[in-house]
Ligand binder design. Structure first.
Ligand SMILES: Nc1ncnc2c1ncn2[C@@H]1O[C@H](COP(=O)(O)OP(=O)(O)OP(=O)(O)O)[C@@H](O)[C@H]1O
Ligand SMILES: Cc1ncc(CO)c(N)n1
Ligand SMILES: [Mg+2]
Length: 559
């Protein structure tokens, strides 16, 4: 089973969402990225770069988009807290965050709960539920109210009073009664409140089959046909739309929900994901529906989007390991996961890796009749401590394929692999980072696109460029050409003095580059600047008959 990082947050609830919502960004591992303001990159010119496009799209989709009146779509959830973080308020916050909608919270109960079951329930006094409702609804613009656990009749009544006082665009009611573990979350007394007051105000009610049965006085639901009948009967109780959820329908190979809008029935069908991680599907579904309604969707399309979200999230989290009980939570932030995450390098950049920096060159490989992977393998075997693939004229597909093979080789030696210039290739193969020149993608944007974990290096000739690289969030600079070189046309040589000058102002570690070989590597390392960490070489390794021997020799010189 895949393991999952988790973080238990102990902080006071803030019903405005500010503090509680910290739960959300902690859950999806890749949510370590900052939330960017906006990224404008024209990726259309290169349709093959799907990863880059997905990431850019993902980042702009991560933003909450204001409505035409400049208001952020806002869902208020009135529900119970699940200490296990999988259902209730916690699921609602994550679902709304994943759907990019603001979520405030009125807590009706605090439960002690985990993947085994519900160990305790502490109901919040109705006066204090009323106080929370008043605080949020009197001050903030709320589009949709979503309810979950409403553990007492008085809480239902207080809620209805506030909804009458502060009308909202839509009311979504998830009539939570029992947890899947069988524990009671709301007793039969609340039923009166549901039937007499809440359901007639409701835009959509989303019972599971057991809850549908309770709402109808106990008739059991055993088939999709029973679910249709129930949907119609529940509609007669007042809500404008009904969704009877079939997640718990026995003997069904599909997860079928029945939607009824008072006129038409829709059977929403998705393959049943074979997983134990379904805790909180009901809360998440209702929150997603609410989020889509807050953004302005029609009811049917909100329901379809929500159902699809659950299907993909369950499938994505099917093997996630969390807790020892029968029903685990799932991951709402599937969109933000790196595809190759499990094989990713786990450690942050170590400046000492710059010691012997091998930069590949396709012309040289062609000349000597070897593949990029063969060249890289020989270099890392010889002692290269970091590798950069610099393939200026390779076709994207060939470059990507080669990069994947090289990455495997480098990972097996614990050597980081960077890609020159091509962020799309770096993203697509999950390389350890990129190296960019002054006319390539700006380092600041590269950082935005790659996130904080990846290594970013920048070619710099001047102290100003070195300073900028640091501001932009680079990890190291490549400084040169120190000596004249044929590898780069029209490259100005800065000499050892230029190198020294840049090292002295650079707040980043430096690797020297340009015309460095066995004859001068030691002189470079001996300029005596503590942040000069190594030498980067191209021809010295790759324009030679035996890369392995050359690398070993150079390694002996610099270490
Ligand atoms: N294994 C599964 N595969 C695919 N979809 C599922 C699965 N289990 C539940 N669903 C879907 O999840 C949504 C919630 O349904 P479910 O019947 O589980 O609600 P619930 O019992 O209220 O949830 P909760 O576990 O939060 O109490 C529905 O759209 C349902 O079809
Ligand atoms: C607090 C809470 N609300 C709802 C559910 C239903 O999944 C749960 N288990 N816990
Ligand atoms: Mg269920």
């Amino acid at each position: 089973m895949a393991s999952t990082e988790s973080l238990l947050l102990c902080c006071p609830f803030d019903y405005g969402g500010a503090r509680v919502s910290q739960v959300a960004p902690c859950f999806g591992r890749s949510l370590r990225f900052p939330i960017w303001n906006s990224v404008h990159i024209n990726t259309d010119s290169n349709p093959k770069n799907y990863r880059l496009r997905v990431k850019v799209q993902m980042q702009s989709n991560m933003m909450m988009k204001p409505n035409s009146d400049n208001k952020i779509p806002h869902v208020l959830t009135v529900a119970g807290s699940d200490s296990g973080g999988g259902a209730g308020i916690q699921a609602d916050l994550k679902a709304c965050a994943a759907r990019r909608v603001y979520c405030s919270t009125v807590v009706t109960a605090v439960t002690a709960q985990n993947t085994v079951g519900v160990q305790g329930v502490n109901i919040v006094p109705e006066d204090f539920v009323a106080e929370q409702l008043q605080s949020v609804l009197s001050d903030m613009h709320v589009d949709v109210v979503k309810t979950g656990m409403l553990p007492s009749l008085n809480i239902v009544k207080v809620l209805c009073q506030n909804l009458r006082k502060f009308p909202v665009k839509a009311l979504v009611v998830d009539p939570v009664m029992k947890s899947t573990s069988g524990d009671v979350l709301a007793g039969p007394s609340v039923l009166t409140g549901f039937l007499e007051e809440l359901l007639p105000m409701t835009d959509i009610v989303t019972p599971n089959i057991k809850e549908a049965s309770v709402l109808l006085g106990g008739v059991p639901l055993k088939s999709v046909s029973d679910m249709r009948t129930a949907a119609k009967l529940i509609h007669d109780l007042g809500p404008r739309n009904v969704l009877v959820k079939g997640g718990d329908l026995p003997d069904s190979s599909d997860a079928i929900d029945v939607f009824f809008d008072g006129e038409e029935f829709y059977e929403l069908c998705s393959p049943r994901v074979n997983t134990r991680n379904t805790h909180g599907t009901g809360c998440t579904l209702a929150s997603c529906i609410s989020a889509e309604l807050a953004k302005g969707s029609s009811m049917l399309s909100a329901v379809k989007t929500a159902k699809h979200f659950i299907e993909v999230a369950l499938d994505y989290s099917r093997d996630m390991a969390m807790g020892n009980g029968a029903q685990g939570p799932f991951d709402h932030f599937l969109e933000l996961k790196n595809i190759n995450q499990s094989s990713s390098r786990q450690t942050r950049f170590n400046p000492n890796d710059l010691l012997l920096y091998a930069v590949t060159d396709s012309t040289m490989n062609r000349k000597w009749g070897r593949s990029i992977a063969e060249a890289v393998k020989a270099a890392v075997e010889g002692g290269a401590t970091i590798v950069q693939l610099r393939e200026k004229d390779a076709e994207t597909r060939d470059f990507l394929d080669a990069a994947k093979v090289c990455l495997e080789i480098c990972r097996s030696y614990g050597v980081p692999l960077l890609i020159n210039d091509r962020l799309d290739v770096a993203l697509a193969c999950d390389a350890d980072g990129v190296h960019v020149g002054q006319s390539d993608m700006p380092a600041r944007l590269a950082r935005t696109l790659l996130g904080p974990e990846k290594i970013i290096g920048v070619s710099c000739k001047t102290p100003e460029q070195a300073h900028q690289a640091w501001i932009d969030g680079a990890d190291y600079i490549g400084c040169g050409g120190v000596y004249p070189t044929n590898t780069k046309a029209n490259n100005r040589t800065i000499g050892l003095d230029g190198l020294k000058e840049v090292c002295q102002v650079s707040r980043l570690p430096v690797v020297a580059i340009g015309g460095i070989g066995l004859s001068n590597a030691r002189a470079v390392m001996e300029i005596g600047e503590p942040n000069l960490k190594g030498v980067a070489v191209v021809s010295t390794l790759f324009d030679r008959e035996c890369i392995l021997t050359e690398t070993r020799n150079l390694h002996a010189l610099v270490s």
